[in-house]
Structures are given as structure tokens and as C-alpha cells.
Design a binder for this molecule. Structure first.
Ligand SMILES: NC(=O)c1ccc[n+]([C@@H]2O[C@H](COP(=O)([O-])OP(=O)(O)OC[C@H]3O[C@@H](n4cnc5c(N)ncnc54)[C@H](OP(=O)(O)O)[C@@H]3O)[C@@H](O)[C@H]2O)c1
Length: 249
């Protein structure tokens, strides 16, 4: 097999991802924004998406301060047409996508038997189907390159169950299964599919009461886990990272 350039092995001091182009879904706020900023700091060209235009533009402006190439597009990741358009335009703006961070997600809590079919479709569409759509859209170019990273932001709720978590846990348990199977499908092509499972993170994600900041993670803690995955040795594969607050919530 011919030797191909791999983002996993490209490294200049201080800018280890200078050869990379990353697409971070839901990069407009919360965990996705922190990941996008971290990847820009590491030298990657960064694309972000979200549905709220002003919030997306604010994140884009912040990212541009890093001096790295940036692209932002309004897109709903649960919609196939939006995903196709997002990937095509990102590639046109920044080049081949070598890192995909499937981060966009929504929370919906309460007994599943009290929820509607529309609730189910919205959560599963955003948290699970989107990962299938995005990964399918970027995989061919990664396979051609013989390298790439797909990092899926799951949750400890993808490994645990709790009352009121039915629909959300279904989406994240599904994401765990999809990620692990795709990892096996793609590792032979030099592509790592990893999952990051954070515990409670201080973002606007959940309206389930205010969180004690000393007992929750920060979005930057999750960005750090993503950096760890992307800066490991080219022969290594961190397939699943659990990130917990040190102090129990
Ligand atoms: N916060 C936590 O405690 C926690 C814990 C474990 C795992 N997670 C996971 O971490 C990920 C990020 O959560 P977060 O806490 O950062 O949430 P957040 O602060 O609510 O941010 C969610 C991001 O996703 C975007 N988004 C939501 N639905 C979208 C859609 N259909 N299409 C495109 N973008 C969409 C949002 O932008 P728009 O609303 O403008 O579209 C926003 O940029 C999620 O997958 C979540 O399940 C969160």
C-alpha cells in the first residue's frame, strides 16, 4: 500500500493540526464552540454549523481571531439536504475534511411514555441520524486519503440509564453502537472513529436546574479530550473517552 499523508502524523511544534480541516457540528456555542476554538488554536482550518444565525456569526467572529481559515454555515444536521450542502461547501471553502466532530445535540428529559412522536424524531434525528448522515458524507474522501478522525460527542447517558432519560439515552446508546461499528468498518482505512462521553457540562443544554460549577465539567474539559484524541500517536486509537467531574454532582 502506498504511503499517504496522514493528519495523524503531521506535526509542527505548536501547531500539531496545521494540515487539518475540521468540521464541528453545533460549533456555535457550548461544547462545540470550545472544541472549534481549541482546534483552531491547534492550527486546523475550522468549519462550524448551527441553526441560529446571530449565535453562529458570533462564534465565527471569535474563531477568526485565531488567524486560521474559518467557515460557518446555517445547517440543520438532522436534514439530509442540509448535511450534503454543508459538507460540499465546507470542502469548497477549506479543502478536504480530515476531522469531523459530531457534536450537535439536544436534550429532552421526562418519562418517555409522556413524549410525542415528534419529540422522538427531533431527538433521534439530531443526536443519532445526523451522525450517520455526516459520517457517510465525509467517509469517502477520508478513505481515499487513508486517514481521518471522526469524533462523536456522546454522553455518560450513552452508557447509563436514569428515570426520565428514555429518549435521550436511546439516542446516545444508539450513538455508541453506531460509533463502535463504524470504528471497525473504517479502522482498516486509517480512520479513527472515537466517542467522548462527558458527564454534566456547564452549558445551555439542560434546563434541569442550575449546576454547581465546582461539580460539573467545563466545555473546555471536553475540548481537551478531543485534543487528546487528535494528538495521540498515529498507531494509537483512543476509541472511547469518559470525562467526569472530579467532584460528584
Ligand atoms: N451539557 C451537558 O451536560 C452534556 C453532557 C454530555 C453530553 N453532552 C452532549 O454534548 C453535545 C453538545 O452539548 P452542549 O451542552 O454544548 O449543548 P448546547 O450548549 O445546547 O449547544 C448545542 C449546539 O448544537 C447546535 N444544534 C442543536 N441542534 C442542531 C441541529 N438540528 N442542527 C445543527 N446544530 C444544532 C446548537 O446550535 P443551534 O441551536 O443554533 O442549532 C448548538 O451550537 C450534545 O451532543 C450533548 O448531547 C452534553
Amino acid at each position: 500500500m502506498s504511503q499517504k499523508t496522514s493528519i495523524n502524523s503531521s506535526s509542527r511544534e505548536g501547531v500539531p493540526l496545521s494540515a487539518a480541516v475540521a468540521l464541528v457540528t453545533g460549533g456555535s456555542r457550548g461544547i462545540g464552540r470550545a472544541i472549534a476554538l481549541r482546534l483552531a488554536k491547534l492550527g486546523a482550518g475550522v468549519a462550524i454549523c448551527g441553526r441560529n444565525a446571530p449565535v453562529l456569526r458570533a462564534a465565527e467572529a471569535e474563531l477568526e481571531k485565531s488567524g486560521t481559515p474559518v467557515y460557518a454555515q446555517i445547517a440543520d444536521v438532522s436534514q439530509s439536504a442540509d448535511v450534503t450542502d454543508l459538507v460540499l461547501k465546507t470542502q469548497a471553502a477549506l479543502g478536504r475534511i480530515s476531522i469531523l466532530v459530531n457534536n450537535a445535540g439536544i436534550g429532552l428529559f421526562g418519562p418517555a411514555h409522556e413524549k410525542t412522536e415528534a419529540d422522538w424524531d427531533r431527538v433521534l434525528g439530531t443526536n443519532l441520524k445526523s451522525v450517520f448522515l455526516l459520517s457517510r458524507a465525509v467517509a469517502p474522501a477520508m478513505i481515499q486519503q487513508g486517514a481521518g478522525d471522526i469524533i462523536n460527542i456522546s454522553s455518560l447517558a450513552g452508557r447509563n440509564t436514569f428515570a426520565g432519560g428514555g429518549i435521550y439515552c436511546a439516542s446516545k446508546w444508539g450513538l455508541q453502537g453506531l460509533s463502535a461499528c463504524m470504528a471497525e468498518d473504517l479502522r482498516g482505512h486509517g480512520i479513527r472513529v472515537s466517542v467522548v462521553c462527558p458527564g454534566s457540562v456547564a452549558t445551555e443544554f439542560s434546563a434541569r436546574g442550575s449546576k454547581d460549577p465546582s461539580k460539573v465539567l467545563s466545555p473546555e474539559d471536553v475540548a481537551h479530550a478531543v485534543e487528546m484524541i487528535l494528538t495521540q500517536g498515529p498507531q494509537s486509537f483512543l476509541s472511547e473517552v469518559h470525562v467526569r467531574p472530579l467532584q460528584k454532582p
